[in-house]
Design a protein around this ligand. Structure first.
Ligand SMILES: Cc1ncc(C[n+]2csc(CCOP(=O)(O)OP(=O)(O)O)c2C)c(N)n1
Length: 546
């Protein structure tokens, strides 16, 4: 036992011992006790945000980058309601995240006191665990359990609720030690049988998911694919898991995979789904692997028993860490001596065809794909691309080469408003990397105000706004399903260049195609926060829907 401290100090001490060195918050009178204790934790960087959605997204991005829970602190009722989007995103993206919410005093609970919400009801369906502390001694143990729950199995969100009158009492605090859950490698007989399948397969395929984001994961995936000469398809929005110029890179599972890719997938005789959940997008609406029973010999490896076998029965349902599994298989089996060259060539041809950049044809502005191309042409190995949700992002997922070292941060949950806060979290976490944020004119006005942090902390982020004066993604759907009947999707925009200037950062403009490369080069040369407003073609979107 250490010296007595307050309950909030005890909670922050657990966070600190677990390596949590940054929290994102909008303050509230309901958690003044925690705010007070933060003063005594100078090693925890307190990032003050402008909206709880922004704070939550930053924390979710930070959790994804570090593997430790990202932490957001918000006030009761209104603050918690704003932050709900981050809980949902952390759940869909399987990111460790803790949302700490102040609450009305203990004696007022469940009386509909001012700004009171029952958070079990509010977040019970999307968080892994919701816990309302009732006694000061519970704060530290709750923090420890929250970290365990958020970081084990399929990682996800935990909500801690702290009534305002239990945050400052004297308590003793235990030392906290974090241990990673151990998900064992399968028994020798299972490994032998799996090894036989891999050796015998004529058309094996790896479906690689988010578990490989861990330090060392990408290297392990690459070594495994090379050892057995197996093509790698990455799951939804995980393009940066496997170098896209590698001969074994076989594309991704996206929102609309082409028929030739689906045909190749169907031909596979052994599917190794490693470190991925099998959601509707990754499985292309449960077509690959098929819902219920896969047509191929199917290996599903994920370190959570609630994920393995959830929708599709696997021949090898392995509740295992895929990195441990891959390492064990490489140790026990020799490298592939006679890979199926035709199978590898077919995938290579598909990927080359699929990733060839298109030419600009629109006349009413720049097709955003050309901006993406120029960004990737200029990008270094140390570039992180942060995306908001919207149709401007489609060319990134389709054509952008995530070669060695490049990173992609985008919401699997498809939440608008994620891009700007994620870029800020990335730049704060690793100042050595170049961070480029792409966002639509819709998403920019959802969380764009958080950009002020880039000026405050001098984070050299390039924010690129695709201004097509519409919620383009939805307009595209309207044109597909209700041609010519547009409603609710047109936007009236501010002048984003002037907006950037009022924030204290330069603003640049791209009006036409021949300006794209030079403006991006100019923005990169500034090594300071800068916004580029792109006059994006709307016809390009509308036409691609028809
Ligand atoms: C928070 C949130 N609200 C609504 C949506 C539905 N939605 C998806 S994309 C989109 C339009 C995005 O517009 P914009 O940011 O301008 O980008 P564009 O599609 O025009 O490239 C909308 C409204 C969403 N995904 N997230």
């Amino acid at each position: 036992m250490s010296e007595p401290v307050t309950s909030s100090h005890a909670l922050l001490s657990v966070f600190s011992q677990a390596g949590i060195d940054r929290v994102f918050l909008v303050p509230g009178e309901s958690y003044l006790g925690v705010l007070d204790a933060l003063v005594d934790f100078p090693r925890i960087d307190t990032v003050t945000c402008r909206h709880e959605g922004g704070a939550g997204f930053m924390a979710v991005a930070d959790g994804r980058l570090t593997g430790r829970p990202g932490v957001a602190m918000v006030s009761r009722g209104p603050g918690a309601s704003h932050a709900a989007i981050a809980v949902h995103t952390a759940q869909q993206d399987a990111v460790p995240f803790i949302l700490l919410i102040g609450q009305v005093a203990e004696k007022d609970l469940r009386r509909e006191a001012f700004q009171e919400v029952d958070y079990q009801q509010m977040f019970g369906g999307i968080a892994k665990w919701v816990f309302e502390c009732r006694h000061p001694t519970q704060l530290a143990e709750t923090a420890a359990k929250a970290i365990r729950v958020a970081t084990s199995g399929a990682c996800g969100p935990v909500v801690i609720v702290l009534p305002e009158d239990i945050q400052q009492q004297a308590v003793a605090v235990e030392k906290f030690k974090q241990r990673r859950q151990i998900a064992g490698v399968p028994a020798a007989s299972v490994m032998a049988s799996l090894g036989e399948q891999i050796t015998a397969a004529k058309k094996p395929l790896i479906l690689a998911g988010g578990c490989f984001e861990r330090p060392g994961g990408r290297e392990c995936l690459k070594a495994f694919a090379e050892h057995f000469q197996i093509p790698v398809v990455v799951t939804f929005r995980r393009q940066d898991l496997f170098e896209n110029d590698h001969p074994l890179y076989a594309g991704n599972m996206g929102l609309a995979n082409p028929d030739d890719q689906m045909a190749l997938l169907a031909e596979s005789d052994l599917v190794l789904a490693l470190g991925t959940r099998l959601g509707d997008i990754t499985t292309q609406n449960y077509r690959f692997p098929a819902y219920g029973r896969a047509a191929q010999t199917f290996v599903h490896c994920y370190p959570d028993s609630r994920v393995v076998g959830w929708d599709t029965e696997a021949d090898f349902p392995l509740v295992t860490d895929p990195i441990d599994l891959a390492d064990a298989l490489m140790q026990s089996l020799p490298p592939a001596s006679h890979p199926n060259r035709e199978w590898l060539a077919a995938w290579h041809a598909f990927r080359t065809r699929y990733m060839t950049w298109p030419e600009q044809t629109a006349k009413d502005g720049v097709e955003f794909v050309q901006v993406v191309k120029a960004v990737m042409d200029h990008a270094s190995e140390q570039t992180t691309i942060c995306l908001d949700a919207g149709t401007f992002a489609a060319p990134v997922y389709h054509y952008a080469p995530f070669t060695k070292g490049r990173r992609l941060m985008s919401p699997l949950a498809g939440a608008m408003g994620y891009g700007t806060p994620a870029a800020l979290a990335c730049a704060m976490r690793d100042p050595s990397r170049e961070v480029i944020c792409m966002v639509g004119d819709g998403g920019m006005l959802m969380t764009g105000q958080e950009m002020i942090l880039a000026v405050e902390r001098q984070l050299p982020i390039i924010f690129i706004v695709s201004s097509n004066r519409t919620y383009g993604s939805i307009r595209k759907h309207q044109e597909e399903h209700y041609p010519g009947r547009t409603s609710g999707t047109t936007l009236f925009n501010p002048d984003f260049v002037e907006m950037a200037k009022s924030f204290g950062m330069p603003g640049l403009r791209i009006n036409q195609l021949d300006e794209v490369s030079a403006v991006i080069a100019q923005a990169r040369s500034l090594k300071a926060p800068v916004l580029i407003d792109v006059n994006t073609s709307l016809k390009g979107i509308v036409r691609s829907a028809s």
